[in-house]
Design a protein around this ligand. Structure first.
Ligand code: SF4
Ligand code: MG
Length: 278
C-alpha cells in the first residue's frame, strides 16, 4: 500500500511560511494515495512559478517545461500513454496569461487530463506582479497606481466553454481539497480544479481570513445541481458575496478526445497510429 511518504522527495520545499502551496502539495500526494497510485503510476507536469517549484519536491514521473505551456506538455504525455493519470499544475499567471489559448482548446477537445490551477491572484515568483485574476484597481509591483484591466473570472470563463468537470478548492481546507483532487483525477475527460491559494507574501488584499469569511461548500446551497451549467455559472459570479467550493459542474457524458477519435472508426485513427509506431 502506497503512503504519502512514497511521494516525498529528499528536497524540502522553500515556499514562504504560510504559503498555500504546502496544502496543494500535500493534497496531490494524499489524493494519489487514496486512488492507490504508486509514484510510478502518475505523471505530474509543471511550468515556471512558485507552484512549479513543486516539481522536484514530489517523487513521481515529473516534467517541468516553459512558463504557460504546461497544458500542451500534459496533453502530449497523455496521448502517448493513456494508462497513466496526467496532472498539469500551473498558476494564474502562466495558465491565464501566457497560456490561456491552451486552456481554451483543451476544454474543447476534452483531453483526459487534470489541471490544478493555483490561483493566488499574483505572480509570486517574480515578486508580486498582477495577473488576470488580480482585482481591478489593486496596486501591485507592476501596477503602482492600480491594475487598470478588468478582472478575469476564470471559473466563469471555463464554464462558458461547455467543460466536462469544474471544481473549486481552498488551500486552507486540505481535507476537502484532497477529495476534490481525487475526484478530478478520476473524472474521464478534462478536469479543471481551481484552488484559491493563499500567498501571504504578495497578496495581503485577499488573505486567508478574507477567504474564510466568504467560502462555503456548494453542496449546502439549495440551488446546487452539478449537472446545471447555467446555475454553476451564476454561483461563480464575482458579484456574489459568497464563494462556492466543491464540484461546481460535471458532465459525465462528454466523451474524452481519444474516445471521439476511436468513434470515428478509421483504421488510421490516432490510437491506431500510436500503436503502429510504438
Ligand atoms: Fe507562496 Fe507567495 Fe511565497 Fe510564492 S511568493 S512561495 S506563492 S507565499
Ligand atoms: Mg499566481
Amino acid at each position: 500500500m502506497t503512503t504519502t511518504r512514497d511521494f516525498n522527495s529528499p528536497i524540502r520545499p522553500t515556499w514562504c511560511a504560510g504559503c498555500g502551496d504546502f496544502a496543494i502539495w500535500n493534497a496531490i500526494k494524499s489524493a494519489l494515495v487514496q486512488l492507490d497510485r504508486a509514484p510510478t503510476e502518475a505523471v505530474l507536469c509543471f511550468d515556471i512559478g512558485c507552484n512549479g517549484n513543486m516539481a522536484d519536491k514530489i517523487n513521481a514521473y515529473v516534467f517541468k517545461g516553459l512558463h504557460g505551456r504546461v497544458i500542451p506538455v500534459a496533453v502530449g504525455i497523455k496521448l502517448a500513454n493513456q494508462n497513466l493519470p496526467v496532472i498539469a499544475i500551473g498558476g494564474d499567471g502562466g495558465i491565464l496569461d501566457e497560456g490561456i489559448n491552451h486552456l481554451i482548446h483543451t476544454i474543447r477537445s476534452n483531453y483526459d487530463i487534470t489541471l490544478i490551477l493555483h490561483n493566488n491572484c499574483d505572480f509570486g515568483l517574480t515578486t508580486g506582479q498582477a495577473t488576470p485574476t488580480t482585482p481591478t484597481g489593486q496596486k501591485m509591483n507592476s501596477s503602482a497606481h492600480g491594475v487598470v484591466e478588468d478582472r478575469l473570472n476564470p471559473t466563469q470563463l471555463v464554464l462558458g466553454l461547455n467543460p466536462s468537470f469544474v471544481a473549486k478548492g481552498f488551500s486552507a481546507d486540505q481535507t476537502h481539497l484532497t477529495q476534490l483532487t481525487a475526484q478530478a483525477i478520476q473524472h474521464k475527460g478534462f478536469s479543471y480544479l481551481e484552488v484559491l491559494q493563499h500567498c501571504p507574501t504578495y497578496n495581503k488584499f485577499m488573505d486567508q481570513e478574507w477567504y474564510k469569511e466568504r467560502v462555503y461548500k456548494v453542496k449546502e446551497d439549495n440551488s446546487y445541481d452539478p449537472t446545471n451549467l447555467e446555475n454553476a455559472y451564476k454561483l461563480s459570479s464575482y458579484n456574489n458575496d459568497k464563494i462556492p467550493l466543491g464540484i461546481l459542474y460535471q458532465n459525465k457524458e462528454s466523451l474524452p478526445f481519444m474516445q471521439r477519435i476511436e468513434n470515428q472508426g478509421s483504421k488510421k485513427s490516432l490510437p491506431g497510429l500510436i500503436k503502429q509506431f510504438s
